[in-house]
Structures are given as structure tokens and as C-alpha cells.
Design a binder for this molecule. Structure first.
Ligand SMILES: N[C@@H](CCC(=O)N[C@@H](CS)C(=O)NCC(=O)O)C(=O)O
Length: 116
């Protein structure tokens, strides 16, 4: 089971959408950013940086819990965890990673539709 700590922001939605798309079982916990919940003691135990999104994978690598921040890292981790979206073969994997980095680092207005 994966616990997701998130809010309705673009970074938060990356983690939520990826969990939905992979079909991995998860529980969502809404973090009230406007109310300052990300700076509360309980949340800071999960992410001392005080930011969403965060996942806690209770069945992480080696069967031990893994806490992960950073929306891009969460997306890649969930792709590998589920065996979906990120091919293991070198050439296809490189193409997917190139498309991933492009959408993560380029303004949507500047991403050509036929660039990948
Ligand atoms: N680079 C991080 C950025 C995370 C981030 O900026 N989170 C914002 C919401 S989108 C946040 O938690 N802000 C709360 C605050 O700074 O108080 C990622 O991609 O996850």
C-alpha cells in the first residue's frame, strides 16, 4: 500500500495521476496548503522540506518502507514499481525519458506536438 500526501496543484496532480494510471493501490491524504498543514509537526515528520507531493510506499525496495518526494522522481518510481510506462529496453527507455524530461522542463506552450 502507498500513502500519497498531496494537494490540487500541478506537482501534486502529477503524483495523483500517476497513481491512478498505474493502478497501484494507494490512500490519498489531502494536505491543506492554504491552512499551513505542510508546516505542521505531523507533516514535517513525513517531509522536513514541508512540501507536497510525498509518497510513502510501505512495500518499498527490499520490502522496507520508502518515503519519496519530488513529483518527477515519484512518477519515475511509480512507473518502475508498476512495470508500466517506462520500458526496460535501452532505446525505447531513452525515448520515454527524453519525452519525460521535455514535458517536465519545457513550458506547455513550447512543446511541439510531433517532437517525440
Ligand atoms: N520540485 C518539487 C516542488 C514541490 C512544490 O513546490 N510543492 C508545493 C506545492 S506545488 C508546496 O508543497 N508548497 C508548499 C509550501 O511551499 O509551503 C516537486 O516537483 O515535487
Amino acid at each position: 500500500m502507498i500513502d500519497l500526501y498531496t494537494a490540487a496543484t500541478s506537482n501534486g496532480q502529477r503524483a495523483s495521476i500517476m497513481l491512478e494510471a498505474t493502478g497501484l493501490p494507494y490512500r490519498a491524504h489531502k494536505v491543506d496548503l492554504a491552512g499551513g498543514a505542510q508546516r505542521g509537526a505531523e507533516f514535517l515528520k513525513i517531509n522536513p522540506a514541508g512540501q507536497i507531493p510525498v509518497i510513502v510506499d510501505h512495500g518499498g525496495p527490499g520490502g522496507a518502507p520508502l518515503t519519496l518526494t519530488q513529483s518527477g522522481a515519484i512518477m519515475l518510481y511509480l512507473a518502475e514499481r508498476s512495470g508500466r510506462f517506462l520500458p526496460s529496453e535501452g532505446r525505447k527507455r531513452a525515448a520515454v525519458l527524453a519525452a519525460f524530461v521535455q514535458v517536465m522542463t519545457t513550458s506547455p506552450r513550447r512543446v511541439p506536438r510531433s517532437s517525440t
